[in-house]
Design a protein around this ligand. Sequence first.
Ligand SMILES: Cc1ncc(COP(=O)(O)O)c(C=O)c1O
Length: 437
Amino acid sequence: MADDLRKAADEFLVRYGGDRFDRLFVKAKGAVVVDDTGREILDFTSGQMCATIGHNHPAIVEAMAESGRNAIHMFSGMIPEVVVRLGRKLAEWLPAPLKKSLFVNTGSESNEAALRIAKLATGGYEVIAFGGSWHGVTGAAAGVSYASDRRGYGPDVPGAYAIPEPNAYRCPIGHCRDRCDKSCLNLGLRMFDMQSRGAPAAIIVEPILSAGGVIVPPDDYFETLRQAARERGMLLVFDEAQTAFGRIGHRFAANRFGVVPDIMTVSKTLGGGVPLAATVTSDKIEAQAHAKGFTYYTSHVSDPLPATVGLAVLETIERERLIERAQEMGAYMRERLRELHQRYECIGDVRGEGLLIGVELVKDRESREPHHRLGAKTTARCFELGLSMNIRRRPERGSVWRIAPPLTVTRDEIDRGVAILDRALSESLDALAREGG
Ligand SMILES: Cc1ncc(COP(=O)(O)O)c(C=O)c1O
């Protein structure tokens, strides 16, 4: 049966890139997924970084059942009560003056909406983003994503500009080592000012770059960026798809860095696995966009089912004190990973915040040359041993594991995961030595 369906997957499904396993999968619960052989695998990517409260949390299952009893979907102009409840709840969570939400489905969409709002509100169209960014695969979001595959899809939306990402370990302008002094930002802004056609609209950033290699900017970085946006009449957009709602041990990265953007987008971690995203802004910017005729009318805007789940996710994070738990478990996980760092020369860096952790693999700590072969081999071996982890590999950006288990992960699961990682690393290094590489 499993073989038959695996063959059918090749026959009937479009391949859409990324890492794909040769198994199929049947179940997910907490921090574990189960494949078609019945094998349990620790899921240290929380699905696609969405299942922060654990897969199939009873609160999510109940919220879905409740929607089944009440309403799953409605005409887009009919605002369901539960959507208003979620909007009000989000406003309680968010730093002022962020208050008004548009509820859509995916992270890409939430960024499309943010950029549309920024363009209307400012009258400009130029958008700055980080090199190494990932904001989605749809038009405007893909136009400002530089960690994704860009080749072959034709021209972008005009007005997209990249500035170097503040990577202290692997300085993009070859200037700093281990401490970013923001020279990259000054250079990036200078280049933008030179190229601008005089129609600036937005600066969009992941406050901690995830797909770009789990990069945490310096503490004062966003204050400077905030100022730079103001000086140019641009709106600052924080894409908190991965950082919102506790993943990094804070409500939002905006709280962690003490900077409130003009627009915040949240997605993955809000729906806990169900497609739900929001674009949130202030009264003032919402009014400006509305006055200029803002529309974002989709089939699933303001749908009741995902909103019911989103409310349940926020209540669960509060009830189970998952933000504190992310701090505690994140500190424990980093401590365990630093033990590996001490034992393995090939681990160049362990970084991140809360339970969003990056482990960078290098050939040696002095040259910091990325060890792509080791990254690929160890990730595959981890999977065979029962641990799913994500390796971010780009020639220019290093070979970085992104480790992000659900916030509900236990110490025992962390210990099991780190033991697998340890064994996989040592076996992969031996195998590479035998292969002569
Ligand atoms: C920071 C960030 N923004 C946006 C997106 C796009 O979200 P989605 O895949 O839900 O469209 C992603 C997806 O990985 C992401 O990591």
